[in-house]
Ligand binder design. Structure first.
Ligand code: BG6
Length: 486
């Protein structure tokens, strides 16, 4: 499909997100024929770049992106032609806004992408409205962080909501743009065999992991005020939990899907007080070796306080207190500077109610479904099979695997390609509604508050390890283990 002719205005258009994700993804959409010929990309910043400067910067960003691989010179030239730069000092003098007005085409779809810190989102929306740029067809895209707690999130939502209606607002959670995440919905709701098992009767527990080898790099300034809970759990991990736990929606429609996700968030059993100590673990990476390279600890990363107690790792036990899931633990875990990069959802099925093959019931890894988001996208089901041979009957867990790379010989699009395409098409199914974001904060806030009241600090774990020992105790206290330890 090809998008409608659109003026895409990116605030923060020369920044990190724009260069690392947005422009390379737009290039790929253009290359694959998804952008209408007259669609234009207008980068807005305070940098005072010329169009030529911006195009140079964009060209190297596109060339340097791992998903691009080969840059086709004609396609790149056509893509760069779409780009222009406007200098606007948001909150400063009005001349920049007038330049933006002049740069936009009347009567055409407008998408305003706010790749900026949330504090200035409201000011930009007011500026757009004062300049008369907001039309009923306009859309606005917001990036995380969407606040740092419920109150600040409501504030940003109010400010943006004063100018744009909820239908015009697209809140990005890029995990929802990942291929396997959408495939999870297909797996659950387009096949008949899993759904009858998808409940507390047959599922023992669920693990959702997003493990990264990267540290905070140059983002210490942002990260110190955030931590893994706000950076990963409040959004990405809870969204994965929602898709795993939600009821089948009536159709694949923006409101139907988001209504069901919201109900999951509202069903999360609150974690407060002593329960927080019981059911959560915080860690912070120390120095160590990650995949052969020596790296420094969090406190030695430049740009932050040497005494910071910011968590770079969280593991917790959540429970969805409803009819389908009561009593099933959802173990969530994320961390930086771990030994391996791996994001996955693991569904661990219960043992058979009665085994006729003694001694085989609790073989490690038997009866699990792994939905792997990265590095390899795939779905792996482990089941027990008989080992060939005429001797004693022996069972062994064997994999039933679907590798997306092997099955579909096409490239999986980047999360941002999918999401940008959806914004251009006006489809907000894979974006977060205001009530979802706020319900997530409602659950997360008391946990962070409880942590702040504790005299203990996050447990240090060596970079390159599997995280703090506390994470193993958390899952181990009921005799369970993390997937990779099976
Ligand atoms: C971002 C976080 O939202 O997601 C980063 O701010 C994190 O800290 C990133 O590294 C992970 O995304 P992905 O797609 O690499 O798993």
């Amino acid at each position: 499909s090809v998008s409608r002719p659109t003026d895409l205005v990116v605030f923060g258009g020369t920044g990190d997100l724009s260069m690392r994700k947005l422009l390379p993804s737009l290039y790929l959409l253009d290359r694959d024929g998804h952008l209408d010929g007259s669609t234009r990309i207008i980068a807005v910043s305070r940098d005072g770049l010329t169009d030529a400067d911006l195009r140079d910067k964009a060209a190297s960003a596109v060339r340097g992106h791992q998903a691009v691989q080969v840059t086709e010179p004609d396609v790149l030239a056509r893509f760069l032609e779409r780009l222009s730069h406007i200098t606007v000092d948001v909150g400063g003098d009005a001349s920049g806004w007038a330049d933006l007005v002049a740069a936009l085409t009347p009567d055409r779809d407008r998408v305003f992408y706010l790749a900026v810190p949330p504090m200035i989102s409201g000011g930009i929306c007011r500026g757009l409205s004062d300049a008369g740029l907001v039309t009923p067809e306009s859309r606005v895209v917001m990036e995380k962080p969407l606040g740092r707690d419920l109150a600040s999130s409501q504030e940003v939502n109010d400010e943006v909501g004063a100018i744009f209606t909820e239908r015009q607002i697209y809140r990005i959670d890029h995990y929802l743009g990942k291929e396997t995440v959408q495939n999870l919905l297909v797996l659950r709701f387009a096949n008949v065999f899993l759904e009858p098992l998808w409940n507390s009767r047959w599922i023992d527990h669920v693990q959702i992991t997003a493990a990264e080898t990267v540290g905070v790099g140059g983002r210490r300034g942002y990260y110190d005020g955030s931590g893994a809970m706000r950076d990963m759990v409040q959004n990405h991990l809870l969204q994965l939990l929602c898709l795993t736990a939600m009821e089948p929606p009536a159709n694949y429609d923006r409101e139907a899907v988001r209504d069901e996700k919201l109900k999951v968030l509202q069903s999360l059993r609150p974690l407060t007080g002593d329960q927080v100590i019981e059911d959560t673990v915080r860690g912070q990476y120390g120095g160590g070796v990650v995949q052969g390279t020596e790296v420094s600890g969090y406190l030695d990363e430049p740009g932050g306080s040497p005494a910071s107690t910011t968590e770079t790792f969280v593991a917790l036990r959540a429970e969805v207190a409803n009819w389908r899931w009561a009593g099933v633990p959802f173990y969530l875990r994320t961390g930086k500077r771990l030994g391996h990069s791996r994001s996955e959802i693991v569904i661990r099925f219960r043992e058979v109610p009665h085994t006729i093959f003694p001694g085989t019931n609790s073989l490690p890894g038997a009866g699990s479904l792994v939905i792997s988001l990265q590095p390899d996208e795939g779905i792996h089901l482990t089941m027990l099979a008989k080992t060939p041979g005429a001797g004693a009957l022996r069972l062994r867990p064997v994999p039933l695997e679907l590798s997306f790379a092997d099955t579909f010989a096409t490239r999986s699009p980047e999360a941002y390609e999918r999401l940008l395409m959806d914004v251009l098409a006006g489809d907000s199914t894979l974006f977060m509604r205001r009530d979802e974001v706020e319900a997530a904060w409602r659950w997360v806030d008391p946990i962070i508050e409880a942590w702040n009241g504790l005299s203990t600090t996050p447990e240090t774990y060596p970079a390159g390890s599997a995280g703090p020992a506390g994470a193993h105790r958390l899952i181990g206290r009921t005799g369970r283990t993390w997937h990779e330890e099976e």
